[in-house]
Design a protein around this ligand. Sequence first.
Ligand SMILES: [Zn+2]
Ligand SMILES: [Zn+2]
Length: 261
Amino acid sequence: MIYRTDYHMHSTFSDGRSAPEDYISPALACGLSEIGFSEHLTLYKDLEDWNMNPVNISSYINHIETLRDNTNNIKIRTGLEVDFFEGKEVEMQAYLCSLPLDYIIGSVHYLGEKTVDAGPEFYEGKSIDRLFESYFDSVSAAAASGIFDIIGHCDLIRIFGYRPSCDPEPLYRKLANIMKTHNVVFELNTNGRNRPVADFYPDRKFLNIFREENVPVCVNSDAHMPARVGQYFDEAYELLRYVGFTEMAVFDKRVRNLVPF
Ligand SMILES: [Zn+2]
Ligand SMILES: [Zn+2]
């Protein structure tokens, strides 16, 4: 059986629809060998309803650890999806390092005070070129921060289908180079298929750049409900193989290994 993982899933500890337990049978049904939970954690901002309250971190970690100890047929990992904010690197690193996690996904949802994925109105009246540049700058800073193991949906700014006026290839090239330099993994996030952009993150046109820069990959569903665990994974792995990837990153207590797929 091909070894497959899904490290990006949200349960009711943040904005997912079901308890962690409910994700196990669908994961087994689609042949996954490991799953990991990655609840939203946004520090330094007022708590929003899609985020886990930081006071619940310990109960979340304990819950996933108990689930792991009581589950034999699939490996269960504990992760977080943490919002990156430039200028907060030292505090973030100190706090996150103290947590017993298997991996940390660093994501950029906010540009300024607003999130780029809440609705298309965020984009109205703004320079799309400048938004793409700012988004990639922030994701690059996240990759260079050394805080994260995986960078989440690295071009989420595509979500509503807005495109810059010039070819964004140099933005991807620069980002992939920074990811390689700072030894961080990118995810092929299949959830973009369920969003207005209707395709994976990152843009499949630029996947070859991550391959050429030798950035390790993992495939994640970003499932917010059990039915979406491992969704579109056959297509995702086929695409990665086509581009030339042969291995994917796996994590245990923040140690990364590569396994063939
Ligand atoms: Zn996200
Ligand atoms: Zn997510």
